[in-house]
Structure formats: C-alpha cells, structure tokens
Design a protein around this ligand. Sequence first.
Ligand SMILES: *Cc1c(COP(=O)(O)O)cnc(C)c1O
Length: 418
Amino acid sequence: MSVDYDAYLDDALHSLHEEGRYRVFTSLARKAGQFPRAINYSGDTSQEIIVWCSNDYLGMGQNQDVMAAMHNAIDEMGTGAGGTRNISGTHHLIVALEEELSNLHKKEAALLFTSGYISNETTLSTLSRLLPDCLILSDALNHASMIEGIKHGGATKLIWRHNDIAHLEQLLSECDTTRPKLIAFESIYSMDGDIAPIAEICALAKKYDAMTYLDEVHAVGMYGEGGGGIADRDNLMQQVDIIEGTLAKAFGMMGGYITGKRNLVDAVRSFGAGFIFTTSLPPAIVAGALESVRQVRANHQLRSQHQARANDLKEKLRAANLPVLITDTHIVPLMVGDASACKAASDRLLTKHHIYIQPINYPTVPRGTERLRITPSPLHDEEMTNALVAALEETWTHLNITRTLPDMAASEGQQAGG
Ligand SMILES: *Cc1c(COP(=O)(O)O)cnc(C)c1O
C-alpha cells in the first residue's frame, strides 16, 4: 500500500473550485512614474490597465526620493542584510527606522519585523507565553495574522462581537481580575472600512486592568496630524499599550513593526521567535521605508488629497445609484452580494474596460456580502474616476447586478474571524 499524496492535495484544490473560491492571480507590472497604470500580463497579450485596488494607498511606491534612497543604499551597502538582527544583521538604518517609528506613535521604543503579518503573529504569541494564564479578548473581525498569533501563543481566546463595546465589557466583567488580559483589535477594518471605538475600548481596558493591542495597518500614514493613524487623529496614542503597523501599505514598502513601552518591546525582541530567527530586512528596503515614513509624516496635504479622492468617488458612485457602502474612511466597498457575479464583474472590468479590481469573496467577507473593494489614491485623477464610474455602470447593467445594499448585520458572524 502507498499513500496517495496527490489525491489529498488535488481534493483540497478541487473543493475550492467547487465552492467558486479558487484564487486566480492577476499578473501585473506596475509602471513607476505612471501609477496607478500597470501592464497586465495575465491574458494572451499584455495590456495597459488602471489599478483601483492597490494597498499602496498614497502611491509612495513610485516616490522619486524613496527610490533614490533605495538605489543609494544598494550602492553603499549592497543587497542583503547579512544575517539575523543578532548575527550581524542590525545595520544602522534599522536603528534609525525604529527611532522614527517610535516617534511617529509617540512611544518609547519600536521593533521592526519582516512584515506586518509577522509582527502581529510574533508579538501576540510571545506576549501570550510571557503573561501567565493570559486571556486574549479578540474582535470578531481581526486579521488572520492576529488570529494565528493568538492560536500559537496558547492563550485562552475570547471573541467579542465586532466593535461591540457592551459585549467586550460583558466578557471583561466575567474575567478573573488577577489574570493578565490583552484586548486585540484594529483601528480601521479593511473590508468594511469601519473604525473601532478606540477611546471606549481603552476606557474599558483601564477599568478592568487589561492591556491593549491595536493594529493600525490600514491607517498609518493616512490619518492623524503626523500620520500616526486613527489613534493619532483622535489623540489616543498614549492610551494604547501596543500599536502595530506595516510599511507595506501607505508607506509603499515592506516590513512591519510594533511600538510601545521599552520593556515590552525588549521582551518581544528577546523572546519572539519570528523576530529572532529570521534575516533582517535589507538596507535598501529599510532606507526606502525610512525616507517614505519621513515624507509621509510631513506631508499632510497628501492625506487631504487622499481623502478628497475617496470622497469624490463615493459621491459619484452614489449619484450613479451604485450600491456603495458609505464609510468614514478611504476604503470604498461596492457591494455585489454574490460570488460568481462578483467574479464576473471583476473579469468584465478588466477585459472590457481595462480596470483592475479583484473580487472579494468568502471567507475574506461573509457570504452575501461579496464585493469589489475600491481603494482610490491621490494619483487617481478625475478623468480616471469618471471612467471608473461609467465602466461600473455598464458592468452592473450588463450583468444585471443588484443595486440594493445587503443586510450587513444579518451576514455577520459567518466570517472566519476573531
Ligand atoms: C495587510 C494586513 C496585515 C499584514 O501586513 P503585511 O505588512 O502585509 O504583512 C496585518 N493586519 C491587517 C489588518 C492587514 O490588513
């Protein structure tokens, strides 16, 4: 007898096809200097398209000074970091970047990771192990990287209903007062574009003696006077114990980080396997990130332009009677409510209109709330916006897609979150 390895793998893939959620990637080459234009290499021929779903929210990925900083770093220091942070991989640019990031969030210290995913996974799993008998109270819609970190740390997890303060308080009030407690949540939730009640959560944390862990990945660079995120905008950075962010979205680079008190950051530095046992980010990436963070911190106008573009698009979609979920953020979800219609809309936009917006289906969002998630940037001009609205209008009519918003509350809870 032999083990049929292929059968196991093929069955798993087959089930994804069956459910209509097998992922097909679009092969793109973004054009530096011409964002949001890109070349699509996915079909038989290559073609110029406009990208409307990038998380390079501010277009920093083509910033001339950032690119120059990266070129210089390669010329001066070569390519790789040469090791883990412990084994000769702590180049001086990393030290400068951590200083910049702790200043950004007005915290004592910062720690750089190879991605935002790793920063969440490592920090939450490490804290779970260091805080004896720890309870982690996790928002139901938390990102996969937080869920994995909580799981790997082995702490007891309590899931509170998304942004539901009353439910969080109920859970906290039932906790043993002597047990360490950590409340983990995000500031902006990337699929619905809604914002957590950070002040209320921090007040509860104080009342019940819990620590707070805030993922600001979709807000850093874009909100607040200095681009420190929603907690910066609302003057709450001091209230939050740990702020986590990415360099890969608004900063247009790669890497993740946490900021907080010195001893906390030192503990994660000293015990976090996902930090210790991997080669550090190379000089070019860190130099680019440092330049990007400095520019974005200083450029409040870029933040205003970003919001203006998003507001303009939301207005135009609403005027065209397209089912846009109105949010207070830069994220513009256009609801479809059906997986195959969502895929068909995305395909038609790409092939007929040369516009790229990937379909968002279950399990990323609950069934019945499938959508196109549109992310306008300061680089999308009015002409592109008008062309997008016209293309969506044509697509919705041609495919006979509903123009009614789904009942979001009714579909909540189906998502694989928390
Ligand atoms: C993208 C994302 C991350 C991971 O960040 P990367 O730097 O891309 O690894 C973490 N949290 C949330 C909410 C995200 O959307």
